[in-house]
Design a protein around this ligand. Sequence first.
Ligand code: NDP
Length: 491
Amino acid sequence: MGQVLKQYINGEWKLSGSGETREILNPASGEVIAEVTEGIRADVINAVAGAKAAFYDDGWMDATAVERARLLFKLADVLESRAEEFYKLETTNNGKPIRESSVDVSDACACLRYYAGFTTKPHGVTYDVPDDMQSLVVREPIGVCAMIVPWNYPLLMAVWKIAPAIAAGNTVVFKPSEITPLTAIKLFEIIDEIGFPKGVVNLVLGDGPNVGDELARNRDVEKIAFTGGTSTGRSIMKAATTNIKKISLELGGKSPNIVFADADFETAVDYALFAIFCNQGQVCSAGSRLLLQESIYDKFIERLVERAKKIKVGSGFDESTEMGPLISENHMNKVLSYIEIGKNEGATLACGGHRITEGTFGNGYFVEPTIFVDTTPDMRIVQEEIFGPVLVVQKFKDEKEAIKIANDSCYGLAAGVFTNDIAKAHRVIKTLRAGITWINTYHPTYNEAPWGGYKQSGIGRELGTYGYEEYTEVKQININLDVKPTGWFSK
Ligand code: NDP
């Protein structure tokens, strides 16, 4: 094993005071691919102190928009020039096929450029108020922002948070998932090289219950942005009460993908597969519940299963691979246990349902593309987020029933509707309780458009103008244009 990879705190690469290290694995082979320092609360406290000093004392608060834009553009340029190194590393650490990790890297560059451009655009408003006043609103940075991200899109999630936070003029303390820190560490090598002032962007490594919790609890952190599971989101909300931090949470989902009988059949089948099996089903917005109109139900399942069985599972480095391994042994076991729950609840396996263990597959965490039919709304596999390649199919009679089933969830992240009746598509979308919706497509995500959920899928939005605003304070300024005493009290 090479050298122990370090945290980036206040402009320096640091081993944690813990003296401990953590092994990072390749989920396709179970092999150790790196060793990283294991951060502790004291490291977070140091990183937050550095970020606070950079913001309030060392001038970042006054950095111009042009300067912030310049750094973000530069970060995008260097990341793009080293794209191959990044996507290969992402596939090694996360397992996702190269065709997905390469898109993650180009999406990360586009996101950096979107917010670099956004930095210098107008953000304030003025009001016509009843007095002789100029009333205006400016957006200002919040201060020290902490960020915690999961393992499913390690590089992209880092950029989705760091780019708008820096664009808005904040300083940052960032924590990747303890199991997928490698592309984030590499991103910080670029951050170091291109001359971000010390303390502006910091990287801490370590686990959620200690390092993550300290970020959520620390009184000098003024905002926390989190992506991950709903139960973790709940803990973060509680911890954030210490100083009433601003919070944004991007949590789980159990998103419905509704296919009406009049939809383009092959397109709908194709997207139903893409909605659930892309990134091994480890996507917060995955179309994990497929709602099929009864008149096409049998024919659709037949075609879907035929296609699902052909999905090529394997190493992400094999260019023909369409689905890689799950992220870890623990997570694979969780997914497999949900498959057992589904069987015990009485659902029928239409395909898949097993770990793949032949040959070298046995060293990694591979699970077959799995489809459950004969489900009922109360089943745990229908209500709970599995976060793996497991699709549950539900049957509906008409539009009214489709909407009822679709909204029967504690989550409200995403939803898809497939139909050739545009009025029906709009009627259905209008009644769906979800923050991200698609008509005759599934999954496209744009830097320009807000990303986030209703109900227990989270608070706030990422990306676009909305994502930028999550990293700003709003200040009202009233300027008297008729300067004379008020006359309110007698002289
Ligand atoms: P978690 O929510 O546990 O982890 C996400 C991030 O939060 C990680 O960096 C983790 O640290 C950190 N974290 C964990 N506990 C705390 C805490 N108490 N305080 C602060 N930070 C904490 O997700 P998992 O990775 O374990 O996945 C569990 C489930 O979450 C999945 O099965 C899935 O249902 C859902 N999920 C949803 C995602 C989404 O995009 N909406 C993404 C990933 C997961 P660390 O892991 O380093 O300990």
